[in-house]
Ligand binder design. Structure first.
Ligand code: AOF
Ligand code: ZN
Length: 349
């Protein structure tokens, strides 16, 4: 690696690859950093060190790159730090990267995306004030892509909400007698488990716990899909039975929020540093999130089954006329076995 030469743009691509190596889960962003030797802006230069973040509480990408250089006795004075996210400017679980870069003698910093995290932001401006050449926005679209829901969540100041619904072709989640296992097929269910494995929390109402007794774990045919399982969140006022599967030992911690107030529920999750929650039902909870305008993405699994009667996936969300309909924009459609997955996002105001 130390013999490699890269332009600044190549180095950003490499930093993006490093960032993307980490799984998406967790409260912290996926960040990569490459330190390039001094040289001309567009010429390939020696790669001095690289680093990436390994998850919450571990050194930031910039700190890891600086430590890597130091461990190998590489002089980084006059170098360019190419980072996917603006260097942090706060002492959180780890020391600020802004001053670490300045103290190390780095003379230029190039980053893709400005840090939206209010407590950590400001590293770019502070470094510029201290004589470092700072460039923001190189490969910003790619940087945004890698940061994924973390960026949306931190910008919004609340977890990113994915609403999952699994329905018949006529939009129902159960037959007239309440039976609902299984409307969608194996492939759709497998996909939903993969989505769970990438989320920080899975949320249902107490009604769903009583009706379906879900375990809310991320499982595949070979067992658990993740080393650590997402939080299991149950909202509502009815008690969660002692024998409920959401209490099983093979899943994540159970958090019971005795409220259906969406803002309150999201602020409890925000305090727990949840960046991505998957809301899985039932219709009353789904509707509460929709009515509150708190759904960022809908995952609708639609099975080629007709039920004719039975509960709808979404109940009253305050829409009285077609003009008040909650309009979504389709961002993807996939066939999963016999079923369809439609991914859609609400159209902005
Ligand atoms: C990371 N890894 O490589 C960078 C981050 O709680 P802390 O101290 O780890 O700080 C987390 C914040 O630091 C994070 O939300 C983001 O704003 C900033 N940058 N975080 O975990 C990194 N560069
Ligand atoms: Zn940092």
């Amino acid at each position: 690696m130390s013999a490699a030469r890269m332009t600044v743009v190549d180095a950003m691509r490499r930093a993006l690859v490093l960032a993307a190596e980490r799984p998406v889960r967790g409260p912290n962003p996926r960040v990569g950093c490459v330190l390039l030797a001094s040289g001309n802006e567009h010429d390939p230069r020696m790669v001095l060190a690289e680093g990436r973040n390994h998850g919450v509480g571990t050194p930031h990408a910039e700190a890891e790159a600086l430590a890597d250089a130091q461990a190998r006795g590489v002089d980084v004075r006059g170098s360019t730090a190419v980072v996917t996210l603006e260097p942090c400017h706060h002492r959180g679980r780890t020391p600020p990267c802004s001053s670490a870069l300045l103290d190390a003698g780095v003379s230029e910093v190039v980053y893709a995306v400005a840090d939206p995290h209010a407590v950590a932001a400001g590293g770019g401006a502070w470094l510029a004030d201290h004589g470092v050449r700072v460039t923001e926005g190189l490969l910003a679209d790619e940087g945004t892509q890698v940061l994924g829901v973390w960026l949306d969540a931190v910008r919004a100041g609340r977890p990113f909400v994915t609403l999952k619904i699994a329905t018949s072709l006529d939009g129902r989640v159960a037959a007239a007698d309440g039976s609902s296992r299984w409307i969608t097929g194996d492939q759709a269910r497998m996909h939903a488990h993969e989505v769970r494995a990438q989320a920080d929390a899975i949320l249902v109402g107490t009604g769903t716990v009583r009706a379906d007794d879900p375990s809310l774990t991320a499982r595949g045919p070979e067992g658990r899909l993740a080393d650590t399982q997402p939080l299991r969140v149950v909202v509502g006022h009815s008690p969660v039975p002692a024998s409920a599967r959401v209490r099983s030992a093979d899943g994540g911690e159970l958090v019971v929020v005795r409220s259906r107030d969406v803002r309150e529920v999201l602020s409890v999750l925000q305090e727990r540093e949840v960046r991505h929650v998957v809301v899985e039902g039932g219709p009353v909870v789904a509707s509460a999130f929709l009515a509150a305008g708190a759904v960022d993405e809908v995952h609708a699994y639609v099975a080629p089954v007709l039920l004719g009667s039975g509960r709808s996936a979404v109940v009253d969300i305050g829409v009285r006329t077609i003009g008040e309909a909650v309009r979504l924009s389709t961002v993807g459609v996939r066939q999963l076995g016999e079923d369809m997955l439609v991914v859609a996002r609400p159209v902005g105001p």
